[in-house]
Write a protein that binds this ligand. Sequence first.
Ligand code: SF4
Ligand code: SF4
Length: 269
Amino acid sequence: MTEWDAKDAALPCESAAERALFKAAYGYFFSPDAAGLTLLERHVRGEKAEGLRAAALVMQAANAELDEECREIGALFARQGQTLACGPGCTGCCFQLVLCTPFEAALIGMYMRSRPELGAFFLTSHQKWDAATKNFRESYLAWAIQRYRNGVDDGTHCLLDYYLACPFLDNGRCRIYPVRPYACRSCVAVSGECRSPTQPGEKPGMHNMELAAYTPHKKAREAALALLWKSVGLEPAQTRPRMLAELVRLWLESGAAAVLKACAAQREE
Ligand code: SF4
Ligand code: SF4
């Protein structure tokens, strides 16, 4: 486990309590056992009134640990004479639907708050994204959830119905790279098929991001997310996935309560 340095963080800890929280989260992700989760819960409890700040710090710690895992994967491949396909300048996977949690949206929003030029950029690019997606994004999201959660494809959409630049993509670079969500951070590809598809009709970024689902991080993440949902009064099963651009915009404009409301699943009539 690499020792974490507060000065390197995108969202710096502002107090001893925040440093302890971050340390507990970082330690838990490296060693995701029941004791670590209990310790983390103790830190998260009682901080929920802070506009998801505690949750944002937990997400930052999770990101830091996932980056370590990805570095290890890269080193392992290097020892075998192979290189990962991902690298600076590859944006092949930045044109598809990106989902995020409210906790990640809070981290991104806090990062943006201290960078006014980034907020202005996002406002403009979000307007374009909103106009381009407003007529289909809800139905596409519902279709995607059915397809990936339940394996049901009713034919309402196909994967490529959503294929447009992420509103954080700016001339081939991610404007929120240090705080990008798990959906982006966990894409680690070996073959490069995702960057340069060989099948007719395929688009970059849609397939063969081989390693994303196989890191130990994922299991630790599920338990930590369950804890965070509960800390804001929601059971994980009562929530629904939302889009990155939508949640960040909500967080910036209306705050944590609006973001959580958007993520609370509507009751089936
Ligand atoms: S996952 Fe594929 S498309 Fe995305 S950065 Fe890596 S190589 Fe490029
Ligand atoms: S948040 Fe960044 S890495 Fe993720 S899709 Fe958008 S531009 Fe790409």
